[in-house]
Design a protein around this ligand. Structure first.
Ligand code: SAM
Length: 275
């Protein structure tokens, strides 16, 4: 197979398909990147042209190829405790505040988090590590961190919960000793007591997430490639999933500030739903 790059026409067709299914609007300068990534799926499926692969994807026989296709076109970069300020707020303000409010009977002894677009699990597990540090004061609490992502392969890695040094560069020695096993060689495996706080699910942010509302939602480093219309759809999904009085933590590049008028702004990256 001697394939170079997608032609203009092919790039436009794939770009539209990616946009319609995920909300991601790929820029023109991503053509080489997208070509390289799609080529991996051509090799895996044994299809010898981009055009034939596109036809296959759109055909009933290719329905199951959509997930591996989305797996290769999404960018899953993440690491533990990304954005220090967010995790300091969580550990020093939010969780202690919830414990104090529950002691004063102002809230139930329950906390539900949603890590929306959780990639390979570092984000929901970072939240779980902060909860684990408060475990003694939270005995008897109902604690749950739901991590969701569009990419099935990212979720498979999240379920394995085995990380390298790069993913853990912000995790201190004490947390590593307490919450990780230093296996296999050169890697760190998260202990079951932290993993058990996290539930992982395949979910597209363009669709509603059904179930109980969340007290705190992390929506970070995912909407950078979404256009305004898709961002708005995601914001509506997130607002619908937030409990009254719930908090939203956003990333530095989400570009949704103007869409969060219904929420109270506490910090440039932190919002609260009234009630
Ligand atoms: C760069 S990672 C961010 C991970 C983590 N939130 C963080 O801040 O480190 C972006 C993730 O968004 C996911 N994603 C992209 N579009 C999505 C969509 N429409 N629904 C759900 N997840 C999506 C990708 O699969 C990828 O794992």
């Amino acid at each position: 197979m001697n394939l170079v790059e997608l032609t203009d026409d092919e790039f436009t067709r794939f770009r539209d398909l990616i946009y319609r299914t995920s909300g991601i609007r790929l820029a023109e300068n991503k053509r080489v990147l997208v070509s390289n990534r799609i080529r991996r799926r051509l090799r895996a499926t044994g299809i010898d042209s981009y055009a034939r692969y596109f036809e296959f994807l759109r055909s009933p026989a290719g329905r199951e190829e959509m997930q591996p296709f989305l797996d290769v076109v999404t960018t899953n970069e993440t690491y533990f405790f990304r954005d220090d300020a967010h995790y300091r707020w969580l550990a020093d303000v939010y969780i202690p505040g919830a414990i104090a409010d529950a002691a004063a009977r102002k809230r139930p002894r329950s906390l539900r988090f949603w890590s929306a677009a959780c990639s390979t699990g570092e984000e929901p597990y970072s939240i779980a590590l902060k909860l684990a540090a408060h475990r003694k004061e939270m005995t008897g609490w109902r604690l749950e961190v739901v991590g969701t992502d569009l990419s099935a392969s990212a979720l498979t890695a999240a379920r394995a919960a085995v990380y390298d040094e790069r993913a853990l560069h912000r995790v201190g020695a004490e947390d590593r000793r307490a919450y990780f096993d230093a296996t296999p060689p050169g890697k760190w495996t998260l202990k079951p007591e932290v993993r058990s706080l996290v539930t992982l699910r395949n979910h597209n942010l363009l669709s509603p997430l059904l179930g109980e509302p969340f007290d705190c939602i992390f929506l970070k480093n995912v909407l950078i490639y979404f256009d305004a219309a898709s961002k708005k759809k995601v914001v509506d999904v997130v607002l619908a999933a937030m409990a009254r009085g719930g908090h939203l933590v956003t990333g530095p590049t989400e570009g949704i500030y103007g869409m969060l008028g219904a929420l109270e702004k506490l910090k440039p990256w932190l919002y609260r739903k009234g009630g």
